[in-house]
Design a binder for this molecule. Structure first.
Ligand code: DC
Length: 234
């Protein structure tokens, strides 16, 4: 039987991790998990319940809420994509809005939130054949992943891509606000005490500032076939 791989993709905000991860999963027929969507869903829940505000955060309330938060990825045949559900509601679109983006870094710093999300992420990867993207996948969630990629791109390229993506979805957004949000999230993700965003020692860097998705696929195909062959020859 062909060796199934765990592929971990980490990196900065809005550098196309999910587009790339989805394309890989589609090609290999693997499961794709957007770990950022899980932190976003928890953030949405906390915002709705008033557990976090500009100047306040109710840590005990958030810890208790974790029991009530059920996150699923459900296939939507209309879009051909997996979408994020929070309890019994499709929140795929809402978790991408700027309000959730503004609060998600603070929620993802809460240790109990991280412990719970990592536990869920590992359960999903247990059968292998998974592509997961996030900030700590290669360092914490799957330190033994078969392939680890660390993605980056220039801040202007990233802000422009996010701006276009949100405009395409019909959201009224401001370019400077998006750039500010991305810069701030990078800073918060890199400097937080627990599981900060950081390249795993054995990760390969991919700067896709000037690469198309097809360029990136050509690049990863070689890495995948090397890994699969190494598995076969063992
Ligand atoms: O990938 P994203 O931009 O949708 O992620 C949203 C936020 O979630 C990101 O700013 C930091 C947090 N996150 C995290 O802390 N760990 C992960 N594995 C994935 C996301």
């Amino acid at each position: 039987m062909e060796k199934k791989l765990v592929i971990a993709i980490d990196g900065y905000s809005s550098c196309g991790k999910s587009t790339f991860a989805k394309a890989i999963a589609r090609e290999l027929n693997y499961i794709y998990i957007d770990s950022g969507a899980m932190y976003r869903a928890v953030t949405l829940y906390c915002l709705r319940k008033g557990l976090i505000g500009r100047k306040s955060i109710d840590i005990d309330g958030i810890k208790n809420a974790l029991k009530e938060i059920h996150i699923n990825f459900i296939y939507n045949p209309d879009t051909g994509e997996y979408e994020t559900w929070l309890n019994s509601e499709n929140v795929e679109s809402e978790i991408r809005n700027i309000e959730v983006s503004d609060f998600v870094s603070r929620i993802s710093q809460v240790p109990e939130v991280r412990t719970r999300m990592v536990e869920l992420q590992r359960q999903i990867g247990v059968f292998k054949g998974v592509v997961m993207d996030g900030r700590d996948i290669g360092t914490v969630v799957f330190p033994d992943a078969d392939i680890k990629i660390f993605m980056t791109a220039s801040i202007d390229v990233r802000a422009e891509r996010r701006y276009r993506e949100l405009r395409m979805k019909g959201q009224e957004v401001d370019y400077q606000e998006i750039k500010r949000n991305i810069t701030e999230r990078d800073r918060a993700d890199e400097t937080r005490a627990i599981s900060p965003l950081k390249k795993a020692d054995d990760a390969v860097i991919l700067d896709n500032s000037e690469m198309s998705v097809e360029d990136q696929m050509r690049w990863i195909r070689e890495i995948i076939s090397e890994k699969k062959n190494a598995g076969r020859n063992r």
